[in-house]
Design a protein around this ligand. Structure first.
Ligand SMILES: O=C(CO)COP(=O)(O)O
Length: 251
């Protein structure tokens, strides 16, 4: 059975003390997870040493990195390697998040290298993709999503499985805006991603989880996860409070 992946991205928020308190409250609110879902929390690096063990202590809860550099080790000032993340008990990582693409200037080629290197190192990867509002207005949704999928997955076509890869569709215009994509918009984008995954990865594409992200809240999560080809959510703002994220997880 494909489990829903209910993921939190804490971005650049919280002190260690706040992160620990939120993680503790979250596992206590969640208790035993329903059989059909898994939880992932991606905290800032600064608190992973304290937060990862709290999540690992609850069955079905995992921790992930928001970013890493695709090299084993070396002179990469300010960067973090997959081995260093695995060492903390972190099992997942994001690549290609909209803020890394549009604020930090990451290009498709680097994102593809991260997906390939992360998988090779033993991390489970979540490739984030999504169009901007301008690209949507210009009718370029398909072109953008296909390009981001093809380049993001170029190095993993023989190694990616439904176990070690997920894709998050996060339309840039819906992130942090309260402007959640409508059901028809989500259905259309996820169907497109599914069909592209099936053609790129014929044996695994149907099973790879596709998450939706962008203004997911406790009051819209249930309707979103019921849509075809939606296998979970990636939540920013509403994941910062244990109470609201636990309502989303259990929606
Ligand atoms: O970027 C996101 C998750 O990665 C979504 O953020 P919001 O849920 O705050 O819109």
């Amino acid at each position: 059975m494909k489990k829903l992946l209910m993921a939190a991205n804490w971005k650049m928020y919280k002190t260690v003390e706040e992160g620990v308190a939120t993680a503790r409250e979250l596992v206590s609110l969640l208790g035993t997870l329903p059989q059909d879902r898994e939880v992932l929390v991606c905290p800032p690096f600064t608190m992973m040493h304290s937060v990862c063990p709290i999540l690992a202590g609850n069955a079905g809860c995992h921790s992930g990195a928001q970013n890493f550099y695709p090299a084993a080790q070396g002179a990469f000032t300010g960067e973090v390697a997959p081995e260093q993340l695995l060492d903390l008990g972190c099992t997942y990582a994001l690549a290609g998040h909209s803020e890394r693409r549009h604020v930090l200037g990451e290009m498709d080629e680097l994102i593809g290298r991260k997906v390939a290197f992360g998988l090779e190192a033993g991390l489970k990867m979540i490739l984030c993709i999504g169009e901007t509002s301008v690209e949507r207005r210009l009718g370029q949704i398909e072109e953008v999503l296909v390009r981001q999928l093809e380049s993001g997955l170029a190095g993993v076509l023989s190694t990616a499985t439904a176990e070690n890869l997920a894709v998050a569709y996060e339309p840039v215009w819906a992130i942090g805006t309260g402007d959640v994509a409508g059901p028809d918009e989500i259905l259309a984008a996820h169907a497109l991603v599914r069909s592209k995954l099936e053609s790129l990865l014929p044996s695994e594409g149907a099973q790879i989880r596709i998450l939706y992200g962008g203004s997911v809240k406790p009051d819209n999560a249930a309707a979103i996860i019921r849509l075809d080809n939606v296998d979970g959510v990636l939540v920013g703002g509403a994941s910062l409070k244990a109470d609201s994220f636990s309502q989303i997880v259990l929606a």
